[in-house]
Design a protein around this ligand. Structure first.
Ligand SMILES: Nc1ncnc2c1ncn2[C@@H]1O[C@H](COP(=O)(O)OP(=O)(O)O)[C@@H](O)[C@H]1O
Ligand SMILES: [Mg+2]
Length: 302
């Protein structure tokens, strides 16, 4: 089905003055007008994604505009096939949009070539997947240490940080277990440890509790939200489950590849008790000295 222009709600509009110092995407033909609105840390403009299967065209995303502020916990909700994973994959630079752009900080990630994009993801982003995506031949510890290799953290520090992170998610005793030797909930806790160990600016989670029971779902959600709040990280969660959405500051609804509602809300405050190990985490994580991501709130607010 080809989506009609009228199917979309008015897009959030970005004033040109707010984009000083930013690259302007030449492909953005539509003029920016209307009331000023601050550009988000994650900024999506006129995003369109069309898949082609033979002669068939699937418009997975029509014309998405979205501004996400740093530290915001956003839930993208919709039924199966509404385009949630497609949107997340474009936001996280896992796929290239057909049209439009995605900025993270001041970087237009839609313009990066594959190598730079991979490097950007490794340096700045974290991912949590429904099926955990742990490497089966590696232990929990090795899986969690992996993203630090790409950041050039020396081995002794990697192991120390990965162990501290595993302790924080309650998996100290499973550190040397492989994924197949762990339950789904344990694997996802390792997945969370891997996503957060580098303290990335943005974490993307696609149906992170989709394969888990209710009790485990709650503890996984509490854990992710606790970490994101603690480090003022932006968390974008995709789900079809309204109960997951209750943890978010903001709920964006997708229907047939279009945003039909975008609401801020008071999130669930109960994010559980942090373990003693978790409270020690901050000093235990020897995050590699990183050049600041352009567009950090501290920089762009000046
Ligand atoms: N790689 C692909 N090739 C072709 N069509 C796809 C592909 N990925 C997703 N789609 C289609 O795009 C639409 C949105 O899919 P998706 O983003 O996976 O939805 P959701 O995550 O909300 O279930 C669906 O119609 C789906 O069939
Ligand atoms: Mg999906």
């Amino acid at each position: 089905m080809e989506l009609q222009k009228d199917d979309f709600l008015p897009a959030p509009v970005i004033a040109a003055e707010e984009t000083v110092g930013l690259e302007i995407d030449k492909n953005e033909k539509k003029p920016l007008s209307g009331p000023p609105q601050k550009r988000g840390f994650v900024s999506v403009r006129h995003l369109r994604k069309v898949y082609r299967i033979g002669d068939e065209k699937v418009v997975a995303l029509g014309d998405i505009n979205l501004e996400i502020q740093q530290g915001q916990i956003v839930c993208i909700i919709g039924t199966s096939g509404s385009g949630k994973s497609t949107l997340l994959n474009q936001l996280a630079g896992l796929e290239k949009p057909t049209k439009g752009s995605v900025y993270i900080g001041n970087t237009n990630i839609s313009r990066l070539d594959e190598n730079r994009l991979a490097s950007f993801r490794q340096r700045h982003l974290g991912f949590v997947f429904q099926s955990y995506n742990l490497l089966p031949t590696l232990s929990a510890l090795e899986n969690v240490a992996l993203p630090m290799i790409f950041r050039g953290v020396p081995k002794s520090k990697r192991d120390k940080a990965a162990m501290a992170m595993l302790a924080a998610v309650g998996l100290k005793k499973r550190a040397h277990h492989r994924p197949t030797q762990m339950s789904g909930g344990q694997q996802q806790r390792a997945g969370i440890a891997r996503a957060f160990v580098t303290r990335p600016k943005v974490i993307f989670a696609d149906e992170p509790t989709g394969n888990l029971d209710t009790k485990t779902t709650i503890s996984i959600m509490q854990m992710m939200v606790r970490f994101a709040r603690k480090y003022h990280e932006t968390l974008v969660i995709v789900t079809h489950d309204p109960e997951i959405a209750e943890y978010a500051d903001r709920v964006v609804t997708l229907i047939d590849g279009a945003i039909t509602s975008d609401k801020e809300q008071t999130p669930i405050y109960d994010v559980g008790e942090a373990s003693p190990e978790e409270t020690l985490l901050e000093e235990a994580l020897p995050v590699a000295a990183e050049p600041k991501l352009q567009g950090d709130a501290e920089e762009s607010n000046q």
